[in-house]
Design a protein around this ligand. Structure first.
Ligand SMILES: Cc1cc2nc3c(=O)[nH]c(=O)nc-3n(C[C@H](O)[C@H](O)[C@H](O)COP(=O)(O)OP(=O)(O)OC[C@H]3O[C@@H](n4cnc5c(N)ncnc54)[C@H](O)[C@@H]3O)c2cc1C
Length: 261
């Protein structure tokens, strides 16, 4: 089974700042990290490959800075890495990113399963996997916590819901996003890290993918109108009391005084 895992390089979240005057998000310098939710998708891709044979590769849309995220995945044991990169991609919204990834997957060909994380921790839209599926006209199952079974042309997966899970049978190829409950990601070995340094990363530009800029980059349908930081959290209050009973009484009094109960 040939599996492609979509990964995003994200900045370290604590270092992100918002410049309200300039209406933009200021990203920290440095290589960033693999989106934490994508680590579970990479791990599942590797486990499925180990079970079924074939290849597990990673693909990203990003700038040259995304190379280190791809090398981190190579160090874990993925077979190849694809970086879709071009100035024409700058300004792409999630739908446009989905279109670019779909073009990359089409060019690569021979893919039985596309895995993704449930969402990126920076832009957080959780739209890209569904957009990829729509552009490729593939079935999609989002927020999967378990692969119950997998064959050449069908998989049964458990998709989380608010009150439990659904068992879904899906035809392959399909696009599947996974949640953190699915596995525990492995750590890279020293041998893996050394091998990853030497691997050649395939780079494809817009021209390589047959994209001319329409519907992607600055021609995306979404426009960012305003950027502002989230409001500061209100100050917490410590409820005092020597015993559990006193604490409960103080808490009830507080809730009653504020007409919460
Ligand atoms: C108008 C507009 C302009 C933008 N301009 C830029 C820009 O110039 N530069 C920029 O970096 N961002 C830009 N963004 C943000 C960019 O659109 C999103 O970061 C990107 O499309 C992914 O969306 P998301 O982060 O919400 O991912 P989600 O949909 O939350 O991600 C879900 C999963 O999809 C996969 N995935 C997401 N993004 C990628 C990716 N890039 N490559 C491979 N797999 C991926 C991962 O598996 C991820 O876990 C812009 C957004 C808008 C709305």
């Amino acid at each position: 089974m040939n599996i492609t895992v979509l990964i995003k390089q994200v900045p370290e979240i604590a270092l992100i700042k918002v410049d309200e005057a300039a209406n933009k998000v200021v990203l920290p310098q440095g290589p960033g990290v693999v989106n934490p939710h994508d680590e579970f998708a990479v791990e599942e891709g590797l486990r499925l490959k180990e079970k079924t044979g074939g290849k597990c590769v990673v693909m990203t849309v990003g700038t040259e800075r995304a190379e280190s995220a791809l090398r981190n995945c190579l160090a874990l044991g993925v077979d190849d890495a694809y970086l879709l990169t071009d100035d024409l991609f700058t300004g792409s919204d999630p739908q446009a990113t989905g279109r670019i990834l779909a073009a990359g997957l089409k060019k690569m060909g021979d893919c039985d399963l596309v895995l993704a994380g449930k969402q990126a921790i920076d832009s957080d839209s959780a739209q890209v996997p569904a957009a990829v599926a729509a552009h490729l006209n593939l079935p999609q199952v989002m927020f999967v916590k378990k692969f119950e079974s997998i064959g050449d042309d069908k998989a049964t997966v458990f998709r989380i819901t608010e009150d439990g899970y659904d068992a879904v049978e899906v035809n392959l190829p399909a696009v599947i996003s996974v949640v953190k409950e699915i596995n525990e990601p492995r750590l890279p070995s020293l041998k893996g890290k050394m091998a990853a340094k030497k691997k050649v990363i395939t780079r494809w530009s817009a021209a390589d993918l047959g994209l001319d800029g329409s519907g992607i980059g600055n021609n995306s349908k979404t426009k960012i109108v305003k950027v502002s930081p989230p409001p500061p959290r209100p100050k917490g209050e410590i409820i005092e009391g020597e015993t559990p009973e006193e604490l409960a009484e103080s808490l009830f009094k507080k809730l009653r005084d504020n007409q919460v109960i």
